[in-house]
Design a protein around this ligand. Structure first.
Ligand code: 5AD
Ligand code: SF4
Length: 358
């Protein structure tokens, strides 16, 4: 569907509940017609909150001395991954703060090789997504060869000026480098996912319309985006008076999901935890607006409290089994089928590469 910039800006500014319901319903139909009615689950394992970066919005930024730091052992990661396999998820996401030291790089390669040996109940293997920040192209290549199929790296904002406002100017945070990393991931053969935060201070509808057009231009395979949620231990907290109220930020996020679904009918779009943070039914609402992927958190409950990118993250006291069964129940109640035991690869990627799903 072709939606122009001006049209996108207007739709992002739409506040009439009845018009929005129609927009979400249209996007949901586009989803069902193009990627089917299923929602795919990815078991999310937050492997470490140690990060070399200092993004001005993030609770696990390097300079937040009040965040207790942890790194899961190989055994702990594999335990969570086996739980995902047993639960029929067929896909896992390893997410963590950005580290570029060689011990970390080798540990990820080792984990990927171990994960490739884990069998799902149907005898198949797991699809693995990485979300570990910017890395050198040869590292992306090494991890791809070790078994990773997909990579999530959010652009955060596709407008350079806004990107630079929310990142420190210290030589480590560069819009150009982030953009180049996305191209490197594509060259290495990953299904490439990106995304933005929605409702940032200084951000308006025009920025978000440009983000949607950027996703289309980059021809992404997957998208994970969600509302910005202020964290008191971060520099961006000083600008909290500029924020839209939380319900409006969630509504804006749902509009972004619906419009992206209409622009890119066959990509995978995640209903994110940040949406659930602003509204207990936020992920379900995103699914009904066109999202088709949910990432239940499988991180061990002992360390979950330390992976606080933003405050108020739900499920901190829960353990993996409870989190995932709660989500499965909610989907069941909505009569939405779960794509158990299937990788649920991006159809968009499949079409571009003419390779088949498992
Ligand atoms: N609110 C919402 N999302 C955030 N992220 C980081 N900090 C916040 C915040 N305060 C998101 C970023 C990052 C992802 C891992 O978490 O988009 O890419
Ligand atoms: Fe690190 Fe990512 Fe947080 Fe930035 S957003 S500080 S790179 S974990």
């Amino acid at each position: 569907m072709s939606l122009g910039r001006q049209e996108l800006i207007e739709l992002l500014g739409e506040r009439d509940a009845c018009t929005l319901e129609k927009l979400y319903a249209r996007a949901y139909k586009v989803k069902v017609d193009n990627v089917g009615p299923e929602v795919y689950l990815r078991g999310l394992v937050e492997i470490s909150n140690i990060c070399r970066k200092n993004c001005l919005y993030c609770g696990i930024r390097r300079d937040n001395a009040s965040a207790g730091r942890y790194e899961l052992s190989v055994g702990e990661v594999l335990e969570a991954v086996r739980f995902a396999a047993r639960s029929g998820y067929a896909s896992v996401v390893l997410q963590g703060g950005e580290r570029t030291d060689s011990a970390f790089i080798s540990k990820i390669s080792f984990l990927l090789e171990e994960i490739s040996r884990i069998k799902c109940p149907d005898g198949g293997t797991l699809g693995v997504t990485l979300s570990l920040g910017e890395q050198a192209e040869e590292v992306y290549r090494e991890w791809r060869a070790a078994g990773a199929r997909r990579y999530l790296l959010r652009i955060e904002s596709s407008t350079r000026e806004l990107y630079e406002k929310i990142h420190p100017r210290d030589g480590l945070h560069s819009f150009g480098a982030r953009m180049e990393a996305l191209h490197a991931l594509r060259r290495c053969g990953y299904q490439v996912g990106t995304g933005v935060m929605i409702g940032l201070p200084f951000q308006n509808e025009a920025h978000l319309a440009d983000d949607l057009l950027f996703f289309k231009e980059l021809d992404i395979d997957m998208c994970g985006m969600g509302p910005y949620i202020e964290h008191s231990m971060t520099p961006l907290y000083a600008f909290r008076s500029l924020l839209r109220p939380a319900p409006e930020r969630l509504e804006l996020s749902l509009k972004m999901v619906a419009l992206l679904r209409m622009l890119m009918p066959d990509i995978n779009i995640a209903a994110t935890t940040a949406m659930q943070t602003l509204d207990p039914k936020g992920r379900e609402k995103a699914i009904l607006a066109g999202a088709n992927v949910v990432m239940p958190n499988l991180t061990l409950s002992e360390v979950r409290k330390d992976y606080q990118i933003y405050q108020g993250k739900p499920g901190i006291e829960e353990d993996a089994a409870i989190t995932s069964s709660g989500l499965e129940k909610a989907l069941e109640d909505m009569k939405i089928p779960i794509g158990f035991n299937r990788w649920g690869d991006s159809l968009h990627y499949g079409k571009r590469n003419q390779s088949s799903d498992s």
